[in-house]
Write a protein that binds this ligand. Structure first.
Ligand code: SF4
Length: 66
């Protein structure tokens, strides 16, 4: 099982992850964030794609949320 989280040091709030996978990502205080209860969805193909396409590489896979 792969964890997914957003590094707020890197995220600049483009919202693309929310647009791509609204079931997993949401906006929180102007930053992308992983919805409560979806922290273990890092193996889902659309989540991996969102991580690859994040313009600031702020979506972190495989580590515990910061
Ligand atoms: S796509 Fe990346 S930069 Fe944009 S809101 Fe999501 S995590 Fe932040």
């Amino acid at each position: 099982m792969t964890k997914v989280s957003v590094d707020r040091e890197l995220c600049y709030g483009s919202g693309e992850c929310v647009y791509r996978v609204p079931s997993v990502f949401t906006m929180e205080g102007g930053f992308g964030a992983v919805r409560a209860g979806r922290e273990d969805s890092g193996d889902e193909p659309e989540v991996r794609e969102a991580a690859e396409l994040c313009p600031s590489q702020a979506i972190v896979l495989g580590t515990q949320p910061a």
